[in-house]
Design a protein around this ligand. Structure first.
Ligand code: TRP
Ligand code: SF4
Length: 333
């Protein structure tokens, strides 16, 4: 039987090019090799945004449309919404009984996020338990592979340790999940910082050709290339990070040489990038536009996927309740 894969994203808004190269492109490819579960984790969105929850519902449809338009195929993969599969919450609660507090307090992202998101009060039970909920998402489907970026590596390690602790306490129920690290070409935003919606420097997958021009033409370049006649250094240029991710190798060679010898200008270089992105995401834009006109159908796909996921999750929970010894076994006491 094919190994199971699970990954998830929080519904915090539409997806940008960083999500595409860092995750989605890989998710689409994994569908043909594994039994994939892709989760929209709306409860996770609440862990940091419990006091600004009003956008979550529309974001769920938006992110599902992004996935579908990008080629996540509900015939091949299971798209599920975390809050529709209640077993995630049950397993989260049961795991919370066995996870030592020290393990959670040691998670590097915990302290870091508390510091970074200092405008909100994250000293909550739910936020500390974020990785326990994530563990539940993964092991409830007995997933062995978890495609994630470097930043999530520790969370998957923790999931492995929690699964092991469960198995030692109650018996072998869960395979130990492993991260499937996506080699992520680093993409910078229009201002030269890491691409992120919260920095306002993101290029979205569904940006129109007009928006691509508006964002890319004024984009920061190699700051030492002041005049058209100055040679440039692509490695110092945010535009180049996008070429590296999206422009085919052959074409890229010419641009690289052109930049180093000042035979092309930055405007020429950016125009080529705009063309590439316009072309590459043209089918995606059309498909997404269609889907956003038929939100009910998108919602149905999510509901249907969550039902299927729920059946798998329930089978796992039956085993879990049994080995722990909670509940009553089919009326036989
Ligand atoms: N924590 C992940 C993120 O912020 C999202 C997530 C939730 C996830 N549950 C998951 C990722 C399970 C992989 C597997 O990106
Ligand atoms: Fe950057 Fe292109 Fe200008 Fe070189 S030519 S500095 S790669 S924008």
């Amino acid at each position: 039987m094919n190994k199971r894969v699970l990954s998830g994203m929080r519904p915090t808004g539409k997806l940008h090019l960083g999500h595409w190269v860092g995750a989605l492109d890989n998710w689409v490819k994994l569908q043909d090799k594994y039994r994939c579960f892709y989760a929209i984790v709306d409860w996770h969105a609440l862990t940091t945004d419990y006091d600004r929850s009003s956008k979550i519902r529309e974001n769920i449809i938006e992110i599902a449309s992004d996935w579908l338009a990008a080629g996540i195929d509900p015939e091949k993969s299971t798209i599920l919404l975390q809050s529709l599969v209640k077993q995630h919450a049950e397993l989260h609660l049961l795991l919370s009984m066995i996870v030592p507090l020290g393990w959670l307090l040691r998670v590097p992202t915990y302290k870091e996020q508390l510091r970074q998101l200092s405008d909100r009060d994250l000293h909550t039970y739910g936020f500390l338990g974020y990785p326990v909920l994530q563990t539940s998402d993964i092991i409830i489907y007995k997933a062995e592979l978890v495609p994630v970026g470097e930043d999530q590596k520790y969370h998957v390690e923790l999931a492995r340790e929690i699964a092991r602790r469960f198995n030692n306490l109650y018996g072998e129920v869960f395979p130990e999940p492993k991260e499937l690290l996506t080699p992520v070409p680093k993409i910078l935003g229009t201002d030269g910082r890491k691409m992120s919606k919260s920095y306002g420097n993101a290029i979205f997958m569904d940006d129109s050709p007009e928006n691509l021009r508006r964002k890319i033409l004024p984009m920061m370049t190699d700051t030492e290339r002041k005049r058209r006649t100055d040679p440039g250094t692509p490695e110092k240029c945010p535009v180049w990070t996008l070429h590296k991710a999206f422009t085919p190798k052959e074409k890229r060679k010419d641009i690289e040489n052109g930049c180093r010898t000042a035979s092309i200008g930055c405007v020429d270089c950016k125009k080529i990038l705009i063309e590439e992105l316009t072309e590459k995401f043209s089918a995606f834009r059309d498909k997404k536009r269609e889907l956003m006109k038929r939100k009910d159908e998108v919602a149905d796909i999510i509901i249907e996927g969550s039902k299927k996921a729920g059946e798998v999750a329930e089978r796992t929970l039956e085993e879990v309740r049994e080995v722990i010894g909670v509940g009553i076994n089919s009326g036989r006491i």
